[in-house]
Structures are given as structure tokens and as C-alpha cells.
Design a protein around this ligand. Structure first.
Ligand code: UD1
Length: 341
């Protein structure tokens, strides 16, 4: 019988892509989402791509323990992928309590419910933000985490620790934390993608919205950094590649191939790309001119970070495959498809 994976935050950007890849790999999926930062666009897109009209969908808030518990009563869950969290760095600085409550309580509830239902395999959606401004690049999973610079980042570090400690104390719970670098792009069908509310904080949605005319001008935050072209370096990971890393990690847990009860993997390409390079590649592959200007540095940005992906390559048998050009073309196709809706 197919194993069932609960995807919390499954109607969102990453969750919807992961749901598609889980079905493609033969898993059953139950989606939980409180729709606080998305509408039904991506969930409907998932149904179209997979041809599955019957995906069990729980419109619940994972901060509601009774609701999470009920879900576990009703469904036999073999693994959970936990995405349900707030993710805006600036907002987390302004509203720390809201971030700590939401991101911590929802995860505690998932773990508690899993424990009370005989245990589970838990995949936590973490971030390269836990490395802060790392001294040695690229970062490996052994690179020390640095004190987070935002409550958002802090919740990622704290949830990693909560998972680690829970696994240590609970024989029936196994855990993997995936540390994503910068997820970008959209599904090749252009039926699912990123749907930022309001002004985007992240680079690629800002680029595509500028290209389509929703925003007047992209600001490149700083060109006086100590890098070749003076702009920051990041490791941009294609969203479909990222989704496939989740399938690899879930299979590893479900097939009993973990080497330890709690494991961590970087999920990136291993290639640093500068903001300027990304902008140039976007213009070239999509054959357009982007309106952009150089602006002051953005407070809190690190100069450079990219992943050493050896561990994920070797242990998960996973590797990023799509080129940055394919990814940027998919981001543009998605933005254009939204304009037609
Ligand atoms: C940000 C968060 C990180 C979070 C990640 C989620 C900060 C400081 N970090 O990462 O914690 O996990 O999003 O995806 O917010 N840039 C511009 N102009 C723009 C927007 C961005 O030049 O309009 C530059 C930034 O300076 C940075 C790069 O583009 O160098 C990537 O920025 P962004 O997409 O916001 O991601 P991060 O800051 O790396």
C-alpha cells in the first residue's frame, strides 16, 4: 500500500511543488493549510498537474492542537513534511511574538500529535539562514550555526533543535531537517509557482513583477560588496529540484535508510551566483530588458553564501539538475500566466 505523507503548508509555494513530486513518486498526500498566506491557485494547479481531484485537504491551523490531532485520528500518516510557517524576515523583526507563537506552536503540535499516534517520520523545512554570515564557504552541514539575525531565522534554528531533541527522546520519531538555500522558479507547466502577497521581499518575484510592469524598478541592494562584480552571492535552487530533494529525504526515512535518527542536509546547487549575474541571465534567457538600478545595501544581508551539497548528493542520491536559465524562464512563464488569470 502506498505510504501517506502529510504536507502542512501544502497549498503554498514549496508545499505545492513537493505535493506534485510526492504523487509522481507514488506516495499518497494529505494537505493541511490555513490559507493565511495563499489562495487556492496552487492547490488547484496541483490537482490539474497530478490529475487528482480527490486530494484530502484540511483547512486547519496547525496552531490548533485539537484540529491537528483530529487529522491524525482520521488519516494514517507515515511521514510529515512541515512547511506551515510565517517566512517574512522584516515582519518577524516587527512582530516577534507572532512569529515565535506561530512557527513554534505549529511545529510542537505536529510533533505532539505524531507522538500520540504511534510516532512518525518528520521532515522539517529549515533554511540556510541558520548559518548567518559564515566564515568559510561553501557551508557544510557541520558549519556552525550562528545566532540568527531575525526572529524568523531564530524559529528555524529553534525548530531544528526541537526536532533533534524530540528524536533523541522518542524512539518512534525520526527527523530530517533540510536547509534550503534560495528556492526560485516555478513548475514547467506554469500551473503552480510563487504568489507573494504585497511587495515581494525576495529577488526573483521582484524581478518578474518588474518585468511584467507591476513594479516600476528593481533595486539591486548594493554593488560595493567584496565580490567580483560587487553584488551579493547566493545559491539559487530550482523549486522542482528542491521538491525532489524532499521526496529523496522522505523515501530515506520511510525505507529505513537513515544512518541516524536525526539528519540534516543542505539543499542547494553548490554554485554561487551574484545578483547582477542573475539579473543578466533573466534578461538574456527571456529576451527582455529589465528596469533596474543600484541601491544601498539592505540591512541584514550577508555578502555570500552557498552550499556544499556533497552530503545530499551522496546520501540522498539527489542533485540539482535544472540550469539557472531554465529556472528563470519558468519563473517568467509563471508570472505571465498570472497576468492572464
Ligand atoms: C531571504 C532571507 C532568508 C530567507 C530567504 C527565504 C533576508 C536577510 N534573508 O534570503 O532568511 O530564508 O529569504 O527565501 O531577508 N535583492 C536585491 N533586490 C531585491 C531583493 C533582493 O538586490 O529587491 C538581493 C539581496 O540583497 C540578496 C539577493 O538579492 O543579495 C537575494 O535576496 P532574497 O531573495 O531576499 O533572499 P535572501 O536575502 O538570500
Amino acid at each position: 500500500m502506498a505510504k501517506t505523507v502529510l504536507v502542512s503548508g501544502g497549498a503554498g509555494y514549496i508545499g505545492s511543488h513537493v505535493t506534485v513530486e510526492l504523487f509522481a513518486a507514488g506516495y499518497e498526500v494529505v494537505v493541511a493549510d490555513n490559507m493565511s498566506n495563499c489562495d487556492l491557485t496552487c492547490f488547484n494547479g496541483v490537482k490539474k498537474i497530478t490529475g487528482r481531484e480527490d486530494i484530502p485537504f484540511y483547512e486547519i491551523d496547525c496552531c490548533d492542537y485539537a484540529a491537528v490531532n483530529r487529522l491524525f485520528d482520521e488519516q494514517k500518516i507515515d511521514a510529515v513534511i512541515h512547511f506551515a510557517a510565517f517566512k517574512a524576515v522584516g515582519e518577524s523583526v516587527a512582530e516577534p511574538l507572532m512569529y515565535y507563537r506561530n512557527n513554534l506552536v505549529s511545529f510542537l503540535n505536529i510533533l505532539e500529535a505524531a507522538k500520540n499516534h504511534g510516532g512518525c517520520n518528520v521532515l522539517f523545512s529549515s533554511s540556510a539562514t541558520v548559518y548567518g554570515e559564515a566564515e568559510n564557504l561553501p557551508v557544510t552541514e557541520k558549519t556552525p550555526r550562528l545566532p540568527a539575525t531575525s526572529p524568523y531565522g531564530n524559529t528555524k534554528t529553534m525548530c531544528e533543535d526541537i526536532l533533534r531533541d524530540t528524536v533523541r527522546a522518542t524512539e518512534t520519531i525520526k527527523g530530517i531537517a533540510l536547509r534550503y538555500f534560495n528556492p526560485i522558479g516555478a513548475h514547467p507547466s506554469a500551473l503552480i509557482g510563487e504568489l507573494p502577497r504585497g511587495v515581494p521581499n525576495n529577488l526573483v518575484p521582484f524581478i518578474t513583477q518588474t518585468a511584467i510592469g507591476k513594479r516600476e524598478c528593481l533595486s539591486i541592494f548594493g554593488n560595493d560588496y567584496p565580490t567580483e562584480d560587487g553584488t551579493c552571492l547566493r545559491d539559487y535552487i530550482d523549486i522542482v529540484d528542491l521538491a525532489k530533494a524532499h521526496v529523496a529525504a522522505v523515501s530515506r526515512m520511510l525505507d529505513g535508510r537513515m544512518k541516524e535518527g536525526y539528519e540534516i542536509f543542505n539543499v542547494g546547487t553548490g554554485r554561487p551566483v551574484s545578483v547582477q549575474e542573475l539579473v543578466d541571465a533573466f534578461e538574456k534567457v527571456n529576451d527582455l530588458k529589465l528596469n533596474y538600478k543600484i541601491a544601498p545595501r539592505r540591512p541584514g544581508d550577508v555578502v555570500a553564501i552557498w552550499a556544499d551539497t556533497t552530503l545530499a548528493n551522496e546520501e540522498l542520491g539527489w542533485k540539482a539538475e535544472r540550469t539557472i536559465e531554465e529556472t528563470l524562464a519558468s519563473a517568467w512563464a509563471w508570472e505571465k500566466s498570472l497576468a492572464g488569470k
